[in-house]
Design a protein around this ligand. Structure first.
Ligand code: ZN
Length: 449
């Protein structure tokens, strides 16, 4: 973090004493508008910098190239008006740059690239040692072409706000003159067309480094995990729950912050309460950075089937759409057809009731649907009929043994069938046995009712 006109430094100064007075008269320093205005009036450069030398100022960069950013953070000491503070520095275009300035530059550089212009950083953050070296060159006129340099502790390169850019390339110079202000960058030294400063402003700074604009850490949820047995829903049935995340980004969450399907496609579990088939819920209430936001979610079984639905968070701002907390929630849901009316049950349970396997088997077979039913019926019949007269048909399906094993459980009484016809498609074993269990549950539930 770096000091900002509207925001004091977040971290206390590391060093309390600095003796810089002997090095020369203090240069004025401050926000760019004020600086530029004062400089124009006085004709004096408020923060003289090193004059660009060498090929970097004329370095042509491929317009499509993204800035080379290494977000590995390094702590250093920055200075504003001679006062030290802790500064976080990352590496951009091979140069150390304060992290917030780096993110702002990243956005601007991308915009320029879209216009076919390749900006690169020539000089970014400077340590006290570097500025001292440059200043000595200036004072003693024995190095760096005797170029003017700000007094150590007083260069905005030490504040983290300043970047020297490759304005030796005319297209870069022109683009910056026309667009830099849109990205919060301003020239502050009249004679230095390469020297730009960023003191905030421009679009939301959502660069790749440091604390992101939008980020969320899971705090809790009411739904079972994806690894747990699936959530069972009948078609038309809904299930309510919630998800909580801590806002660990810089921006606040509001009505534009939503739980969204991932990938961004309409969900088979969408409920009428959703803002859209791809937007499951808005954050319950405004959530500032550091607070916990809650998303109340209702899912609905709309069609039979087995679904795994992933959710991420998205903020749909006016300027940009930010996806974050990727796949923060995954729901494993099994949707089945609802149980039929009571009549169908009684019709199927009018078997002989003599307690033979034939009855149990046939009933289960008739009612539970072809796949689960037949196999359950056959096997149940086989298992319980000693004379083998009924279960003549085959067991050509490997599924039979599985379903049968489960179907056996049905056979604790006279009425096994439930009339549920669940998805008839081929199923893996585990799912098939699950279906058979559903048959069982359905049968018992109805009996109780
Ligand atoms: Zn500069």
């Amino acid at each position: 973090m770096l000091p900002h006109p509207a925001r004091p430094p977040l971290r206390p100064a590391l060093v309390s004493v600095l003796l810089l007075g002997a090095l020369g008269a203090a240069c004025d320093d401050g926000p760019p508008d004020e600086l530029a205005q004062r400089a124009l009036e006085s004709g004096v450069e408020p923060t003289p910098e090193v004059e660009p030398e060498g090929p970097e100022y004329f370095k042509v960069v491929a317009p499509g190239a993204l800035p080379a950013i290494n977000c590995a953070e390094k702590q250093d000491t920055g200075y504003v008006k001679g006062d030290p503070f802790a500064i976080t520095v990352v590496t951009v275009d091979g140069k150390p740059v304060e992290v917030d300035t780096a993110n702002a530059y990243y956005a601007m550089q991308q915009a320029a690239a879209a216009d076919g212009v390749g900006i690169a950083i020539v000089s970014g953050f400077r340590t006290m040692a570097k500025q001292q070296e440059l200043y000595n060159c200036y004072i003693n006129c024995n190095c760096n072409n005797c170029n003017l340099a700000a007094k150590p502790g007083y260069s905005n390169h030490q504040s983290g706000h300043a970047l020297d850019l490759n304005t030796g390339v005319s297209s870069v110079k022109k683009w910056l003159e026309n667009h830099a202000d849109e990205w919060g960058f301003a020239r502050t030294v009249p004679k230095e067309d390469w020297h730009y400063e960023w003191w905030g402003g421009g679009p939301p700074q959502d660069g790749p480094c440091g604390i992101p604009l939008f980020a969320g850490d899971p705090e809790g949820q009411s739904f079972p995990s994806q690894e747990a047995p699936p959530i069972l829903l009948e078609v038309g049935e809904t299930r309510s729950g919630w998800l909580e995340l801590e806002n660990v980004g810089k921006a606040s969450w509001g009505p534009t912050t939503m739980l969204a399907t991932s990938p961004d496609e309409p969900s088979p579990l969408a409920d009428a309460s959703w803002p859209a088939p791809t937007r499951a819920a808005r954050v319950e209430s405004p959530t500032a950075s550091g607070e916990v936001g809650r998303f109340n979610l209702v899912i609905r079984g709309n069609e039979p089937g087995s679904f795994v639905q992933h959710f991420s968070l998205v903020n749909e701002g006016e300027d940009q759409i930010s996806w974050f907390a990727e796949d923060t929630l995954a729901l494993n849901v099994l949707v089945v057809e609802p149980a039929p009316p009571e009549e169908s049950t009684s019709s199927t349970s009018t078997g002989t009731g003599d307690g033979t396997g034939e009855t149990a088997g046939e009933t289960a077979g008739e009612t539970a649907g072809e796949t689960a039913g037949e196999t359950a019926g056959e096997t149940a019949g086989e298992n319980t009929t000693s004379d083998g007269s009924t279960s003549a048909d085959t067991t050509e399906s490997a599924d039979a043994s599985t379903a049968g094993a489960t179907g056996e459980g049905l056979d604790d009484g006279d009425e096994a069938g439930c009339g549920c016809v669940v998805d008839r498609g081929p199923r893996p074993w585990s799912e098939l046995s699950l279906l058979a269990m559903l048959v069982l549950i359905g049968g018992r539930r109805r009996r109780l009712g």
